[in-house]
Design a protein around this ligand. Structure first.
Ligand SMILES: [Zn+2]
Length: 391
């Protein structure tokens, strides 16, 4: 009996989805598919191409409206001048509807503790959103909503401005000379925008009380680079353990995404850092090249960031690790790495050196060198914290 029920249930949903897809093929602008994001930080892109620029990442269960599809993507209408796209593997089609369900926002509630601000936005649908780092601070946009003429703003704190919009968008600007992490948290009665404050830094011990997630890249079945008799996952773990020691000695609270030779997905690593409410996320790797013949031109240490808020951290780390290692400067670079993309911890990825370079490989595998490198990296993090407080 139970089984029949489950089968009927499954059939209903399969039918709904297939029907929805079929209908979508023929619909004009007037019909939308309601899509829920399938996993946390599902990417919304600027073009139907997995290599195209990411416009935003949304939390699981948050809602988008699609007006078209191709084989792998839904075209999403956020009410902006151009369409965006979400991959089907991140999409759950819920229904086909004639018009978007615009949510009326009639209340916004602010809250504050010593770590940051929270803006609670009551809403019966959790709609798609985006953050944009701007020179004055941060711009948060919530789509497919109508801001009520009688909007009640409760207990406003900090430097927040509501930006008027002639579209169905709620825009909130946060004014700050520097950013130290932000995210959206789902709430059973809407959503919460969380923006972290720049911490009060103990000048003698800047890392005191700062929470840092250290992520030794790869592990388990995933070796990473193999060169000069070394396997990247092992070097990453050894280096990360030294980094943990160096950071702890300077007063930080450190959380490792892995302590053993174990496979952990990129998604789980990010989830772990968020769960620990890390302020900073450091992903530790060793570099390689697709073409080993280029090694003479490409070697050295490099630090990578995705969001502008993490650039000063990357710069400070890079300066100190070069100082210590005397490696070639492989740059402070923008890159879309999964472990550089989180917004709540300020996140960077460090490529300590190139394992395919004999000289660098030898040093990177040396315990004394690992210790010195880690201390330099920790000093870089410390300098970053001193630097952001200057504002
Ligand atoms: Zn790697």
């Amino acid at each position: 009996m139970k089984r029949v029920f489950i089968l009927a249930f499954l059939f209903f949903f399969t039918f709904l989805n297939a029907n929805a897809l079929e209908e979508l093929k023929n619909v004009g602008i007037a019909k939308y598919a309601v899509i829920e994001a399938k996993s946390d930080y599902s990417p919304i892109r600027e073009a139907p191409d997995v290599h195209s620029k990411r416009f935003s990442h949304i939390r699981q269960g948050f809602v988008l409206y699609a007006d078209k599809q191709n084989e792998d993507f839904y075209r999403v209408d956020l009410g902006l001048d151009k369409p965006y796209w979400i991959e089907k593997k991140y999409s759950d089609v819920q229904a086909i509807i004639p018009e978007k369900r615009i949510v009326e926002i009639d209340e916004i509630e602010f809250d504050e503790d010593k770590y940051g601000y929270e803006i609670f936005i009551p809403a019966n649908i959790q709609n798609a959103y985006s953050f944009k780092e701007i020179p004055e601070g941060l711009l948060f946009s919530l789509y497919d909503v109508k801001v009520s003429d009688n909007l009640k703003i409760k207990d406003k704190r900090g430097a927040f401005n509501l930006i008027p919009s002639d579209k169905n968008i709620l825009k909130i600007k946060y004014i700050s000379p520097a950013l130290f992490g932000y995210d959206v948290l789902p709430h059973k009665k809407g959503l919460v925008v969380r923006i972290k404050k720049i911490p009060k830094i103990n000048r003698k011990k800047p890392l005191k009380g700062i929470k840092i997630a250290v992520d030794p890249g790869h592990g388990g079945i995933e070796d990473g680079v193999c060169a000069n008799q070394l396997v990247e996952k092992d070097v990453n773990l050894k280096m990360s353990k030294q980094i943990k020691k160096a950071l702890k000695k300077r007063g930080a609270k450190v959380y490792m995404t892995r302590k053993k030779d174990k496979y952990i997905s990129l998604h789980k690593r990010v989830e772990f850092a968020n769960k620990k409410e890390a302020d900073i996320l450091l992903s530790i790797h060793q570099n390689s090249l697709p073409d080993p013949k280029d090694v003479i031109y490409k070697h050295g240490a490099g630090t990578y960031y995705y969001h502008m808020q993490a650039r000063p951290l990357a710069q400070n780390i890079q300066k100190e690790i070069l100082n210590f290692s005397k490696f070639r400067d492989d740059g402070v670079n923008y890159a879309s790495f999964a472990l550089a993309r989180p917004t709540s911890p300020v996140s960077v990825l460090v490529e300590c050196g190139y394992l395919i370079d004999k000289n660098e490989a030898q040093k990177l595998n040396d315990k004394k060198f690992q210790k010195g490198f880690s201390q330099a990296l920790a000093k870089g993090v410390e300098n970053y914290l001193r630097y952001i407080v200057v504002y």
